[in-house]
Design a protein around this ligand. Structure first.
Ligand code: NAI
Length: 478
């Protein structure tokens, strides 16, 4: 027996959780459940994190959680519990299988069987945002080598375990050469360790279009957090319904399983919700905890039910469905099919599906880090870069000289275009002469000079070379 934590959540959460638990019990799952309360009620009781410390203890003790969707109240500083859970528990891999069930669920893509492996902890979801000037706010995009290595290795190990042929990487490294560039570089390094698995890279925009148009091109796709968030919803939707997909959030110690959809407040309490998404999450959970034969039995019974045309209203189509059923009726139909296999849809055999054990991340040797300059960000309301340059030249030090000013990344000094639209937020680059290495104290000197001259500096970014390679972006047009 394995004790797992369950959270029934909000909206349709309790209905689909009850259905899922009933099917697991009927299939003989060897689990004991411990329920915690999370979500709207907890938020509205004044706890802005949506979860009590006692519930955290339960989750950390049991390590495995099956969670129904929850509502994050709008505004008021409420933090998304979904995002916090993933980060607190180090659930770095979000795994979302998306397949179509043609001809039993209407879809434009009869052949589709892909798995999206989304990085789950970093990227723009670090949630580090600031307003810096009247006109400009920023969000930091953080990508780490450990983060990339863990997620990319997970994708290849997953492909190997599941006998999948190809792993594709999506990034926007043509624009974000440092952040997405690192993700792609790590992808190339790790792909080389798996010569039996095909690998390829797509720029995310055209890649997303290809997913929407020809999803059968893809097998496993690995990508940074934001792209994964968006594209996995697209992929789930084009199978026929977001209501059909489950997802696993996997960490080194803990794992959380859920449906990908939300709380569907429009249909809550009506006994019409499709429990399939959460059930798919539960099937992934059973595989993860080593109860693959129970998982297999449920999946085959579920496929048979879909094939029998027993459909909840979200996927019901008069031409292809046989009966439009309630959540409870659907649950009973799946239970009735336990032990049966689908005839047209491919039945599953889970011999091979258990938690992946990946090697721990090995910290790399530190590189030689040399300071070559500094970008000073300035709040400057007179919108003329040439005037700003005159002021900035007055704060140069002996070692660091003004080399460029950009506005929203585009070079506006020297030799800017008068057509370029400028905001009140300026990145002013001071570089050492002839690539000489400088000391941090030189930056302090410039900042101190700026203070004397009433220049409003809002932040600095040091410009480094790592092992002799300059590691910062150029200005657009530089
Ligand atoms: P949603 O996924 O709840 O609903 C979108 C549409 O799909 C609605 O028409 C709904 O009725 C339908 N739908 C969703 N799941 C269904 C199911 N199982 N059976 C039948 N129809 C289904 O997305 P929405 O409306 O954007 O979000 C509602 C709430 O859910 C928000 O408060 C949001 O914060 C929360 N949410 C929670 C998530 C989680 O806990 N993991 C994920 C996404 C949203």
């Amino acid at each position: 027996m394995k004790t797992i934590t369950i959270a029934k959540g909000d909206g349709i959460g309790p209905e689909i959780m009850d259905a899922t638990l009933k099917i697991m019990e009927a299939a003989g799952a060897q689990i004991i459940t411990e329920e915690i309360e999370v979500g709207e009620k907890v938020y509205l009781s004044g706890n802005t994190s949506g979860i009590s410390s006692k519930s955290w203890d339960t989750i950390r003790k049991n390590k495995i959680i099956l969670k129904a969707p929850i509502t994050t109240p709008q505004g008021g500083g409420y933090k998304s519990l979904n995002v916090s859970t993933r980060k607190f528990l180090g659930l770095y891999a979000n795994v979302r299988p998306c397949m179509s069930y043609h001809p039993f669920v209407q879809t434009k893509h009869p052949i589709m069987d892909m798995v999206i492996v989304r990085e789950n902890e970093e990227d723009l979801y670090a949630g580090i945002e600031h307003q810096q000037t009247d006109e400009v706010v920023q969000c930091l995009k953080l990508i780490s080598r450990p983060g990339c290595e863990k997620i990319v290795r997970y994708a290849f190990e997953f492909a190997k375990q599941q006998n999948r042929q190809k792993v594709t990487c999506f990034t926007k490294d043509n624009i974000m050469k440092q952040t997405d560039g690192l993700f792609r570089q790590v992808f190339n390094e790790i792909a080389a360790e798996y010569p039996d698995i095909e690998n390829e890279h797509w720029i995310v925009d055209i890649g997303a279009a290809k997913v929407a148009d020809s999803p059968n091109h893809f097998d496993v796709i690995v990508m940074p957090n934001l792209y994964g968030d968006i594209i996995s919803d697209v992929a789930a939707q084009i199978t026929g319904s977001v209501g059909l997909a489950g997802s696993a959030n996997i960490g080194e110690e803990c794992a959380m399983f859920e449906a990908i959809h939300g709380t569907a407040p429009d249909i809550a309490g009506k006994n019409i919700a499709n429990p399939s998404g959460l059930l798919q999450g539960a099937i992934m959970m059973l595989n993860h905890i080593g109860q693959s034969k129970v998982a297999e039995k449920i999946q085959n019974a579920w496929l048979k039910t879909i094939e029998d045309g027993i459909h909840t209203v979200d996927i019901y189509k008069e031409a292809i469905s046989k009966k439009c059923v309630s959540t409870e009726e659907f649950t009973e139909a799946v239970i009735g099919n336990l032990g049966a296999k689908p005839e047209t849809l491919k039945s599953v055999t889970y011999d091979n599906s258990k938690a992946l054990t990946l090697p721990k991340y090995e910290r790399k040797k530190s590189k030689k880090k040399e300071l070559l300059g500094v970008d000073i960000f300035v709040h400057w309301k007179k919108l003329n870069p040439d005037e700003l340059a005159i002021e900035l030249k007055k704060i140069e030090s002996n070692e660091l000289k003004l080399s460029m000013i950009t506005n929203r990344g585009i070079k506006v000094w020297p030799d800017g275009f008068k057509e370029t639209f400028c905001t009140d937020h300026w990145r002013c680059r001071f570089m050492s002469i002839d690539g000489k290495i400088v000391q941090n104290s030189t930056i302090l000197e410039i900042l101190s000079n700026a203070l004397d001259k009433n220049i409003d500096t809002i932040k600095t970014e040091n410009l480094y070379a790592f092992d002799g390679i300059t590691s910062f972006s150029l200005g657009q047009g530089q």
